[in-house]
Write a protein of this length. Structure first.
Ligand code: IMP
Length: 207
């Protein structure tokens, strides 16, 4: 596909994600606007891979806005659990209706992963990876996909107060601290999102 430039719709309703992506693309003259700000609907994420879900979101935003769009999909994959929770990472943190207002409970989700791992015994393989897939779609149907990965191991109990989601149980390869014990600048240099963005920037802008 041709290079992205000018206006780009970021297919997210998450203000934090928009800010992070806009800052990464600003040096390349890309002007980011979120799907949320444009009032675009969020399509159901019915894919069974990160790439399928990222493409669903990017294509929907490009078609609805008439502008090129970028979407990301990410999650935690645990080797001993056959790659789960994978595309269902956020769902594992979903509170049950009877527990009260909707929202995500990351401690519960980390505990669920740990509980399943423990069923495999004390010598279970604790290796895992965070995956991030970025997809770009244009209104005329061109697409590009960039996959990033951060390898690591799962620790228990959770440690650290920075970051979000499963960061307190993820220890990146070659490290002793969890992602939640890294300051955000440091994490952004080694994360799955950084890896995917490096591939996008190289392909789109030759850098
Ligand atoms: P989505 O890509 O917005 O659907 O999010 C997938 C889920 O994966 C998030 O809600 C987080 O729980 C988890 N996740 C993705 N990236 C990270 C990360 O860098 N740290 C911790 N959790 C993450």
């Amino acid at each position: 596909m041709g290079k992205i430039g000018g206006k780009l719709v970021i297919a997210t309703h998450n203000a934090g994600k928009l800010k992070e992506i806009a800052a990464l693309l600003a040096p390349f003259g890309v002007d980011c606007i979120s799907a949320g700000a444009l009032g675009l609907p969020e399509p159901p994420e019915t894919g069974i891979t990160f790439a399928e879900n990222a493409l669903i979101k990017a294509r929907a935003a490009a078609q609805a806005s008439g502008l090129p769009a970028l979407a990301d999909d990410s999650g935690l994959c645990v080797a001993a659990l056959g790659g789960r929770p994978g595309v269902y990472t956020a769902d594992w943190a979903e509170r049950q209706r009877f527990e009260g207002p909707s929202g995500r409970d990351w401690y519960m989700a980390m505990g669920k992963v740990e509980g399943l791992l423990c069923e495999h015994g004390p010598d279970v393989d604790r290796s895992c990876w965070f995956a991030c897939v970025l997809a770009i779609a244009t209104p005329d149907g061109e697409t590009a996909v960039y996959e990033g990965r951060a390898n690591g191991t799962l620790t228990w109990p959770p440690r650290g107060t920075m970051g979000f989601g499963y960061d307190p149980v993820f220890v990146p390869l070659g490290e002793t601290r969890t992602f939640a014990e890294h300051d955000p600048q440091e994490k952004h240099k080694i994360s799955h999102r950084a890896d995917a963005f490096a591939k996008l920037v190289k392909d789109q802008f030759g850098q």
